[in-house]
Design a protein around this ligand. Structure first.
Ligand code: SAM
Ligand code: SF4
Length: 349
């Protein structure tokens, strides 16, 4: 019985991969409501009602890699490439801090221009400019580089593992090593980062079994964050024209992740909001407790086209903040005023 397994999960009991597969695969209204209610109650008990709002700045769309799903891949020559200067980035950081944001997520393609020295300098400048937590999402670097970023003051690092299935990973990443991705995640943890991993849902060739393995992997490595969003086919990539990841399956994955890892930071992802107008609100109801709001200047945002039809940030920031607040209050939740660091740390004692 699925209900029994969900109950077992809510009580923190270990479950088998096959049991997770069964829960994930049942997208009937009745089963999803049982799962949602369980995840919502574990979320409330473990991390409370607060939602952490992060500001996201996308600092470069140059990328040396060729991930077959991503619009920023190096072989996509139809893209106008941009790089923000440090001054432009700091301008955004100060503006977002003045707006009350307590985290800046600095994301980029794997831009050869983002040498470790420059990243360290940028982290220090951000920390000097504002009382703000820094999450980096800049891709793969060496162990030594990650330690340097941490010493420079960065707090968190998001490096999605994308899929834990080595064959699927190899198919999607012609120029990346699966083993290196996993090693990088281990280095990040060693360096003391609050470490985020995560997956895309609905990748061609991905099975429910491999998604169950993804969840078990996140649990095994004791991840602090998990970015779980639907795959959205991007034009000018080898995966253009395929099906988009399923909303209901993505919600089930969020809920099971919350049950398996009660204290995890779990965003209602932008991709979820892109495939359905209510996607992020639903994400919060299925266990999520974080949202990233895009703060990239519009001229650059236009060209950070990981996938098409990304949620466009409102031009009027006050209006955007009010809209977000109303959405969050409409589900009985509130915006956090703290940094929203990993509660996993407290759990570990
Ligand atoms: N370059 C860094 C990296 O790969 O870790 C950070 C930037 S990358 C654009 C951030 C995330 O975008 C990836 O981890 C991937 O999961 C997601 N992404 C890329 N293409 C996508 C697509 N077509 N649909 C959904 N998510 C996508
Ligand atoms: Fe580059 Fe990241 Fe896109 Fe891969 S997912 S092509 S590394 S930006």
């Amino acid at each position: 019985m699925i209900e029994d397994t969900i109950k077992k999960l809510s009580e923190g009991a270990p479950v088998e991969r096959e049991e997770i597969v069964k829960i994930l695969g049942d997208t009937s209204d009745e089963a999803m409501e049982v799962l949602r209610a369980a995840a919502d109650s574990v979320r409330a008990r473990a991390v409370g009602d607060e939602i952490h709002v992060r500001s996201l700045v996308e600092i470069s769309n140059y990328c040396k890699k060729n991930c077959s799903y991503c619009g920023l891949r190096t072989n996509n020559t139809s893209l106008t490439r941009f790089r923000m200067t440090d001054d432009e980035i700091l301008h955004v950081v100060k503006k977002e801090a003045a707006r009350g944001r307590k985290t800046i997520v600095v994301q980029s393609g794997e831009d050869p221009n983002l040498k470790p020295d420059r990243v360290c300098k940028l982290i220090r400048e951000i920390k000097d400019a504002a009382d703000i937590a820094v999450t980096l999402s800049l891709g793969e670097y060496s162990r030594e580089d990650y330690f340097r970023f941490r010493e420079a003051g960065a707090d968190r690092y998001l490096l999605k593992h994308e899929t834990i299935d080595p064959e699927l990973y190899a198919k999607l990443h012609p120029d990346c090593e699966y083993s290196n991705r996993i090693k990088c995640i281990e280095y990040l943890k060693e360096a003391g980062f609050q470490t985020g991993v995560g997956i895309m849902v609905g990748l061609p060739g991905q099975s429910l079994e491999s998604i169950a393995d993804d969840i078990l992997f996140m649990k095994r490595i004791d991840a602090d964050m998990a970015g779980i969003g639907p795959f959205i086919p991007s034009p000018d990539t080898p995966l253009a024209g395929g099906p988009t990841g399923d909303l209901r399956l993505t919600l089930n994955i969020l809920a099971v992740t919350r049950l398996v890892m009660p204290y995890i930071l779990l965003p209602a992802t932008t991709a979820l909001g892109t495939i359905h107008p209510e996607g992020q609100r639903l994400g919060f109801r299925f266990g999520a407790n974080v949202i990233m709001v895009n703060a990239t200047p519009p001229r650059m945002w236009e060209n950070y086209t990981i996938y098409p039809n990304r949620l466009r940030p409102e031009a009027d920031e006050k209006y955007q903040d009010r809209k977000l607040q109303l959405m969050i209050e409409s589900i009985g939740r509130k915006i956090s005023t703290g940094f929203g660091h990993s509660a996993r740390r407290e759990e570990r004692g």
